[in-house]
Design a protein around this ligand. Structure first.
Ligand code: ADP
Ligand code: CP
Length: 322
C-alpha cells in the first residue's frame, strides 16, 4: 500500500477570474488540478481529495436571495447551499479525475462522499461570523450593501477586497469517516469533506440536524486526516510555498520548518487570519495529533512536493524527519 495522503484544494483555486466565471471555467480549472492529482496516484499514493467552496457557496446563497426577491421563490438555507456546492464541485472533480485515469489507461476508481461534519450549537463562532464567502467588493460597495442588508457583515480579506462573512464553527467529528476509510481500503480515490463538510449538530436523541454555517475546509481536512490516520496532509493554495514577511521586500520562502518554528512564526504574526493562518493552525493540529508531515504548496507542485522537491514542509522535528 502507498502513502495515505489527504490533499485539500482551495475554493479560490477553482475560480480563475471573477464573479462571471462560468461553470465550464470552473471545470477547466478542476481538470488542470486533476492532472496533478492523477500524477500522485500514478506515483503510488492513496489519495483523498477535499476542497473549499468559499466563493461558490456565497454565489449559491446570493442566487437564492435574488430569486426570493425577484420571483418570490423560497430562499435556500446556508447549510443547503453548502450541500449544493459540495455536490456540484464534487461531481466536477470526480468526472475530471475519472476521465484523467481513463486517458492514462489506469483502472483507478473514484467516488465522492457527501460528508456531514459535526459542530457544536454552542460554538462561540456562531455569534461572530468570520468565514469570507462569495464575491470580493470595494470598500464603497461593501458599505452600500451593508446599508441595504443590515444583517450582512463584511471583512477585508487579505488585501484582496471586502467579502461577506458567515459563521464558521470548529469541526468536531467527520460523520462519514468510516465510509471514507472503507472506500480508500477498497482502492478508491475519494473526494470528501467538500466545502469543509455540511455542518450538522447532534440532538439530544443522538440524531443529526443541519445548521447554517460554513466550516473552514483546512480545519475539517486536518480533522479527517487525523481520524483516518493519514500520513501526509497537503494543503494546496495560490502560492508554491509559505513565506515569512509575505508581500514585503524581505519576504522569504520556507522550505522546511518544525512545529516549534511554525508556532514562533505564528506569534510573530507572519500569517493573516483570513488566509494563511487557518492553514497553519490546521497543519499544527494534524501534526500534534497523528500526522507526520504537512506540505503547503500550489496544485502544480503536487508531484514534486511528495518527492520533497517543492512546497513548504512542516515536520514535528528535524530529528524525527527521516
Ligand atoms: N505568509 C504567507 N505565505 C504565503 N501566502 C500567504 C501568506 N500570507 C497570506 N498569504 C496569501 O494567502 C493565500 C491563501 O489563502 P486563501 O486564498 O484564502 O486560501 P484558499 O486557497 O484555501 O482559498 C495565498 O495564496 C497568499 O496569497
Ligand atoms: N469552506 C472553505 O474553507 O472554503 P475555501 O477554502 O474556499 O475558503
Amino acid at each position: 500500500m502507498g502513502k495515505l495522503v489527504v490533499v485539500a484544494i482551495g475554493g479560490n483555486a477553482l475560480v480563475k477570474g471573477n464573479d462571471y466565471d462560468t461553470i465550464q471555467d470552473q471545470y477547466e480549472a478542476v481538470c488542470e488540478i486533476a492532472v496533478n492529482i492523477a500524477d500522485m496516484v500514478e506515483a503510488g499514493c492513496e489519495v483523498i481529495v477535499t476542497h473549499g467552496n468559499g466563493p461558490q457557496v456565497g454565489y449559491t446563497l446570493r442566487r437564492g436571495e435574488i430569486a426570493e426577491k425577484v420571483a418570490g421563490m423560497p430562499s435556500v438555507p446556508l447549510v443547503n447551499c453548502v450541500a449544493d456546492t459540495q455536490g456540484g464541485i464534487g461531481y466536477q472533480i470526480q468526472q475530471a479525475l475519472t476521465n484523467e485515469f481513463i486517458r492514462r489507461g489506469m483502472k483507478q476508481k473514484v467516488a465522492t462522499v457527501i460528508t456531514q461534519v459535526e459542530v457544536s450549537s454552542n460554538d462561540p463562532n456562531f455569534k461572530k461570523p468570520s468565514k469570507p464567502v462569495g464575491s470580493f467588493f470595494t470598500l464603497e460597495q461593501a458599505q452600500e450593501l451593508e446599508k441595504e442588508h443590515p444583517d450582512w457583515v463584511f471583512v477585508e480579506d487579505s488585501g484582496r477586497g471586502y467579502r461577506r462573512v458567515v459563521p464558521s464553527p470548529q469541526p468536531i467529528d467527520i460523520v462519514e469517516k468510516d465510509a471514507i476509510k472503507s472506500l480508500i481500503e477498497s482502492g478508491y480515490v475519494v473526494i470528501a469533506v467538500g466545502g469543509g463538510g455540511i455542518p450538522v449538530v447532534k440532538r439530544a436523541d443522538q440524531t443529526y440536524e443541519g445548521i447554517d454555517a460554513v466550516i473552514d475546509k483546512d480545519l475539517a481536512t486536518s480533522l479527517l486526516a487525523d481520524q483516518i490516520q493519514a500520513e501526509i496532509l497537503i494543503i494546496t493554495t495560490g502560492v508554491p510555498k509559505v513565506f515569512i514577511h509575505f508581500g514585503k521586500p524581505n519576504q522569504k520562502a520556507l522550505d522546511k520548518i518544525t512545529v516549534s518554528e511554525t508556532k514562533q512564526y505564528v506569534l510573530e504574526e507572519h500569517f493573516p487570519k483570513g488566509s494563511m493562518l487557518p492553514k497553519i493552525e490546521a497543519s499544527l493540529s494534524f501534526l500534534e495529533k497523528s500526522g507526520s508531515r504537512v506540505i503547503i504548496t500550489n496544485p502544480e507542485s503536487l508531484k514534486a512536493a511528495i518527492n520533497n522537491a517543492a512546497g513548504t514542509h512542516i515536520v514535528k522535528s528535524y530529528r524525527e524527519d527521516v
